[in-house]
Design a protein around this ligand. Sequence first.
Ligand SMILES: Nc1ncnc2c1ncn2[C@@H]1O[C@H](COP(=O)(O)OP(=O)(O)OP(=O)(O)O)[C@@H](O)[C@H]1O
Ligand SMILES: [Mg+2]
Length: 243
Amino acid sequence: MLRLTNVSKVFGGITAVDNCSFEVGRSSITALIGPNGAGKSTIFQLITGVEALDKGVIELDGMSIVHLPVHKRAKRGISRTFQATRVFKNLTLRESFYLAVRNGDDGLGRMWETEHSEHRFEETLAEVGLEKTLHALGDELSYGQKKLFALAMAFLFPHTLLMLDEPVAGVNPVLREQIIHILLRRRAHTGDTVFIIEHDIEFIRNLADKVIVMDAGEVIAEGEPRDVLNDPRVIKSYLGEQV
Ligand SMILES: Nc1ncnc2c1ncn2[C@@H]1O[C@H](COP(=O)(O)OP(=O)(O)OP(=O)(O)O)[C@@H](O)[C@H]1O
Ligand SMILES: [Mg+2]
């Protein structure tokens, strides 16, 4: 459903993304991994249109989206979370939700549909296990709860492609397992395509159908987790040593 062909992006003198090509299949859970600075989050910025690419093509459902602004790409069915999780400190979760709906966009210029009722909001909070925090202030959430809230908001935005930038970074192993179940259950129910950046190899092993590995802006491996995660080049790029 998503295809990148020869995509490049240079920031000043740094080639963040270097001629990358890969596909994310419909209803797959595809993981994008690689060392810090490999260019993973930049790939997300290029797909969502937050950054403009220098070269290449990005297609969603067979049509190029590179000429579209951020909100039009979102309307085509892309919902995402960011690597740095931010919530409104002095608003309750319910107020944050209504602010997003009433403002008509989610801060990225993406329009919310009016179909987002309170009921769906509560249902989605329950889906991620946050049903008791409807009236909690953003500031009162733990780090892990903030990650779950960001996930719930991404679920709520109408989409077919869900892009998650490090959804379990810094969360404890129990919550990590919960998030695996939440995502697997969701994919089974909705058929969502999930494209996920993550450093946690166990998480990827238990969740992903396909893994794409980047290093220094390039795709260095892709395939099924059991093959890719045992590939000596991948181990070397992660551990920085000969194997
Ligand atoms: N807006 C920007 N301006 C300048 N340089 C940038 C910008 N965004 C990213 N870069 C650079 O591009 C390279 C890739 O960054 P990116 O954030 O995509 O890496 P990443 O793979 O997501 O890393 P991490 O695992 O640490 O999140 C880095 O060298 C980074 O400093
Ligand atoms: Mg990143």
